[in-house]
Ligand binder design. Structure first.
Ligand SMILES: Nc1ncnc2c1ncn2[C@@H]1O[C@H](COP(=O)(O)OP(=O)(O)O)[C@@H](O)[C@H]1O
Ligand SMILES: [Mg+2]
Length: 763
């Protein structure tokens, strides 16, 4: 298409609002209306120098050499459509999105992120609305068509999962000015993560998966590691979000070791709290039953049974729920539809199309875009086209392998990359040219990437394998430093590994995290095992997370409670893993400390069953170790979980044991806590006299050590006792006194619970 503008181009995307509804309503009359609508659009665009790139149904895609003209054309098209005399029973309104960029021009049109962005901007709007990107707005700000203004709509996340985009609405005479909120990713609840790299192609697969999801309530994307299952599932979810008013929820199971905790992982994402006396799966079912939501279960392969059970149970109870899973194999559940994820589309090296046509192949585009991120001057040219095609072919279009190879263009030419990959694979195949299974191809690419690292990079990379569910820079420094690596070097090493696509960066609300994709992590773990560093590295991991948990425990009851609870939840996989290692290694003092330090978090964040199970395990298995002060804390935490679940006999036994140990070691604060718990057991068993005595003892012990929050807790307990005995004025006075103290320390959870109790008392 030689007449399309090249270089910097402004795209106008339009589509007809409610076209399906119109078609149903109008039947045979639709065609004539559509034709008329198109005629008006075309005329307005042509008049301003726009070139049509594509028309599909009611959608139109036009390219303009100048941003100013694109905006003027959009305004004039909206005005004529609004003025036009349509039949009385129809409303014809177009949404429009405009964005400027430097796309790659190919034989059939344009490719690149900017094209998709323009389409996504259009989709976020409403009929009659024109939306502009920041880039376009910057270009025309000082050169607006006469009578046209811009309204700043703020930042919005579009359905491409990229960083939020600043959007503007065109304001002009004859156009409506007020619209409902944008149809952006923020319109429905979700936790789909921001993607820092561009998404390529997969249009056919996305349509096919959307179709499957209409017919099946469980669809599993299957394929080898690195084949793009996760990325595709996220993209599909973003795309389909409008169909799920209660949102799309991504649950990454990669780091989870214990299949029985799949419901926990889902509940944590949905922020569903465990309720005492009810199975978590049942509570989840209750929550999802009335909702229309999409659940993404990512990385199910190592927990197939656990995921299958959860899917089966939830789908049976929740008619509006759909599940999209990713796994190396299916979940083997009735009604499941499998979708094998194909590799990216590839050119045939034997019949190579001209370089400008190579952009139609996804593998080539992925290579070109990733290469350009590390080496901005990189372009597919007549000279390198054949060799890039050869690389794609060698790597079988496996996305992760393509990313690893593309990262090397900073130091190697495409020819060098191709020839080194060849050597690598000749080793793997023993010289034969037969195609390798995909996991071996990926393995080869990982080997090659790994071998290119300098020694300290190799070491750091191997050690990063011990993390589960990602890590912060500080954690990486603690775990990687030592034996050849200085703490201060870790940041640089990490940056190198990110550049080589061996480590992924994630931007979260409050901090930056890093992660190894699952196949990469498994590869790193194998290398770590080879050099015999697993135990030492795990020990550093445990040490870091123990310190984190103990430090956080203090903060969980203070002003930054919410922040720290969220941080703990983010690190939950790492914390679980650390605890599992200490238990497996019989490191009882660490295990007791860690489990006790986690107890408050488990309790506050509703991980009651898991917390109780883990504490009971640590306590029973460490019974032989003589660690009285640590054991006292563990027993107290276990007693507290038993009480949460109203298991009073068990709570009493554990709390009494813990009280004895605290008394022996002279820990007054611990004593106070155990006494209060025993008081609560007595109160629930209606032994009010005993309860009063125990609570009073607890109160004076807390006062003795000047523990403000403890005094508040003991006072509140006395208030609850007074309430149970119908002494309401005393109850209210106690609650008020404790409320003041909780406010002093800033413990929001306790403040709200105390207010609730005050409310009950006032009734
Ligand atoms: N269509 C795509 N466009 C861009 N990048 C992709 C695409 N598919 C996969 N990738 C990238 O390739 C890598 C591996 O993909 P991923 O979805 O994690 O694979 P899997 O889940 O099958 O192991 C990731 O870095 C991902 O971002
Ligand atoms: Mg994955």
């Amino acid at each position: 298409m030689p007449s399309l503008p090249a270089g910097t181009v402004t795209f106008l995307f339009t589509d007809l609002e409610g076209s399906t509804r119109l078609l149903q309503h109008l039947g045979d009359r639709y065609a004539a209306i559509l034709q008329e609508y198109r005629r008006l659009l075309h005329a307005a665009c042509r008049e301003r120098g726009g070139r049509e790139v594509d028309t599909q149904g009611d959608a139109l895609f036009v390219a303009f050499p100048r941003a100013h003209d694109a905006v003027a054309a959009a305004v004039s098209a909206q005005q004529t459509i609004a003025r036009h005399r349509w039949p009385e029973d129809v409303s014809v309104r177009a949404r429009m999105g405009i964005h400027t960029g430097e796309p790659l021009k190919t034989e059939t049109g344009y490719v690149g992120m900017d094209v998709h962005r323009a389409a996504r901007i259009c989709q976020a709007g409403h009929g009659g609305q024109i939306l502009l990107s920041q880039t376009t707005s910057d270009l025309i700000e000082d050169d607006l068509p006469v009578g046209v203004g811009l309204r700043d709509l703020g930042r919005h996340r579009l359905k491409d999962l990229a960083q939020p985009q600043h959007l503007y609405q065109v304001v002009a005479a004859g156009l409506p000015g007020e619209f409902p909120p944008l149809r952006s990713l923020d319109a429905h609840p979700n936790n789909l993560p921001i993607q820092l790299t561009s998404f390529i192609g997969r249009e056919r697969e996305m349509a096919a998966i959307a179709n499957l999801l209409e017919q099946h309530r469980l669809v599993t994307l299957v394929g080898a590691g690195g084949s793009g299952k996760t990325r595709l599932s996220l993209q599909v979810a973003a795309h389909l979000l409008d169909a799920y008013p209660d949102g799309a929820w991504w649950v990454d199971l990669a780091g989870l070791i214990d299949g029985s905790l799949v419901p926990e992982a889902v509940a944590a994402v949905l922020r569903v709290r465990e309720q005492s006396g009810t199975l978590l799966l049942t509570t989840l079912g209750d929550f999802l039953q009335p909702r229309t939501a999409l659940l993404l279960l990512d990385n199910c392969e190592h927990l197939v049974a656990g995921c299958g059970q959860l899917a089966e149970a939830l789908l049976q109870r929740c008619p509006g729920l759909r599940i999209l899973a990713t796994s190396r194999e299916g979940l083997a559940v009735g009604g499941e539809a499998l979708f094998p994820v194909p590799t990216l589309s590839l050119p045939d090296p034997a019949h190579l199309p001209p370089p400008e046509a190579l952009g139609q192949y996804e593998a080539v585009r992925l290579f070109a875009e990733r290469a350009a991120t590390v080496s901005p001057a990189f372009k597919i040219t007549a000279r390198n086209a054949a060799v890039v095609a050869q690389i794609c072919h060698r790597l079988d279009g496996i996305p992760l392998a393509m990313e690893l190879a593309a990262a090397r263009v900073t130091v190697l030419s495409p020819e060098q990359i191709a020839s080194r990959l060849d050597d690598q694979f000749r080793l793997l195949t023993g010289g034969s040219r037969t195609a390798l299974p995909r996991h071996q191809t990926l393995q080869g690419a990982l080997d090659w990437s790994f071998q290119s690292l300098a020694e300290p990079e190799k070491s750091a990379f191997r050690r990063l394998a011990v993390f589960a569910g990602g890590f912060t820079l500080q954690a990486a420094e603690a775990v990687c430093a030592g034996e050849g690596i200085a703490t201060a070097d870790v940041l640089d090493l990490l940056a190198h590994l990110v550049n080589k696509s061996l480590v992924v960066v994630e931007d979260r609300e409050d901090d930056r995290r890093y992660r190894l994709l699952e196949p990469t992590r498994q590869y790193a773990r194998d290398r770590l095992r080879e050099v015999g560093e697993i135990d030492g590295t795990r020990a550093r991991h445990v040490e870091w997370f123990l310190a984190f948990a103990e430090e956080t425990e203090e903060k969980l009851h203070g002003r930054e409670q919410v922040t720290w609870l969220r941080r703990m939840e983010t690190e939950h996989e790492n914390l679980r893993t650390a605890l599992e290692w200490t238990v497996a290694g019989d490191h009882w003092s660490t295990a007791l400390r860690l489990a006790a330090a986690l107890a408050a978090f488990w309790e506050l964040h509703g991980h009651i069953t898991e917390g109780r199970r883990r504490l009971d395990e640590v306590l029973s298995r460490s019974a032989g170790a003589s660690l009285p002060p640590l054991r006292a804390r563990g027993l107290y935490a276990a007693a507290s979980f038993a009480a949460d679940q109203h298991d009073w006999p068990q709570a009493k036994t554990l709390a009494s044991e813990s009280l004895t140990l605290y008394q022996e070691s002279g820990d007054t604060r611990g004593e106070a806590a155990a006494l209060r718990l025993l008081g609560t057991v007595a109160r629930w068993q209606s032994d009010y006299e005993a309860a009063a005595g125990l609570y009073q003892q607890s109160l004076s012990s807390y006062q003795q050590v000047q523990d403000t929050r403890g005094v508040a807790l003991a006072n509140r307990s006395l208030g609850e006792l007074a309430r149970a005995q119908k002494r309401y004025p005393e109850a209210a006075a106690r609650f008020t006194a404790s409320l003041e103290l909780f406010r002093e320390v800033g413990d929001k959870a306790s403040i709200s619970h105390t207010l609730y109790l005050l409310g009950l008392t006032a009734r």
